[in-house]
Design a protein around this ligand. Structure first.
Ligand code: SAM
Length: 277
């Protein structure tokens, strides 16, 4: 009997994943959590029935949520990652030589534990001595920290369940205040094709707070539409004018990000650019 995971994205659009084996399933305090072995994309983390990250293509998302900001900021030392319990973003952040401390704020400890057990290639950096893990709601955590971080990455699940309020302007305002005077924030801002209204609202909210607001795209094959958006709010440094430290980039041994991708990612097709006019 074939095992199929059906990801229902809209009433008219679902994606079927052929599953070799279900390795772990539990209902946590916040969401339904599963780790599955897929035929096409290897092992994957699934939250509330939606594929979050897969071994085959996770590097595309994790490099692109972390590196544009880290290469735009001239000296990123203190970084916060909100969400990101799989550890992939943390792994990318720690590759940057100037990073001294990364605070992970993940609401659901079960995600961390499951990914450490079943997705070691993604969660491997969570035990690094520069990482501090706070198991709590990112919404509350940011309210307690002012003028403290060089970069804050909001690596959230979709705006359902515990992540719903991570897409509100009031949250971005607290993120703004948790950043130093030259800090940079990046949030994953969903699909430019399926979540157009949300993406437009995120961009507007960030623009209301930050002097520099840039949305950029990356391909993430396992996400709906295959294209994914990220929205950057920067207090001082413009990613379009960033002097990309090529020596650092070459040492990172990336599989997606490079200096040309950095520039190209911010060049938007009309169907996306029109959302921000
Ligand atoms: N799309 C991402 C990726 O490709 O890796 C998903 C990253 S991670 C799985 C998303 C995390 O955000 C989940 O582990 C979830 O528990 C966490 N999360 C959701 N709402 C949160 C909140 N309010 N505060 C902190 N973490 C939250």
């Amino acid at each position: 009997m074939e095992l199929i995971l059906t990801e229902k994205h809209t009433d008219g659009y679902s994606v079927n994943w052929k599953i070799k084996e279900t390795l772990h399933v539990e209902q946590t305090k916040y969401q339904h959590l599963a780790i599955v072995e897929t035929y096409e994309f290897g092992r994957a983390l699934v939250l509330d029935g939606i594929i979050q990250t897969t071994v085959k293509d996770e590097y595309m998302y994790h490099e692109m949520i972390a590196l544009p900001a880290l290469m735009t900021h001239p000296n990123p030392q203190k970084v916060m990652v909100i969400g990101g319990g799989d550890g992939g973003t943390i792994r990318e952040v720690l590759k940057h030589p100037s990073v001294q401390q990364v605070d992970l704020v993940e609401i659901d400890e079960k995600v961390i534990l499951a990914c450490q057990k079943y997705l070691p290639e993604i969660s491997c950096a969570l035990t690094d001595s520069r990482v501090r893990i706070f198991v709590e709601d990112g919404i509350e955590y940011v309210q307690r920290h002012k003028d403290k971080y060089d970069v804050i990455l909001i690596d959230s699940s979709d705006p359902i369940g515990p992540a719903t309020n991570l897409f509100h302007e009031s949250f971005y305002k607290n993120v703004y205040e948790a950043l130093k005077t030259d800090g940079i924030m990046v949030c994953q801002s969903e699909s430019p094709l399926f979540n157009r209204e949300l993406l437009g609202n995120v961009h507007k909210s960030v623009k209301n707070l930050f002097p520099i607001t840039r949305t950029y795209l990356a391909t993430v094959p396992t996400y709906i539409s295959g294209f994914w958006s990220f929205t950057m709010g920067s207090k001082r440094y413009d990613p379009l004018n960033a002097e990309i430290p090529l020596d650092v980039v070459n040492r990172l041994k990336t599989k997606y990000y490079n200096a040309d991708i950095h520039k190209g990612a911010f060049v938007l097709p009309e169907y996306v650019a029109e959302l921000f006019r």
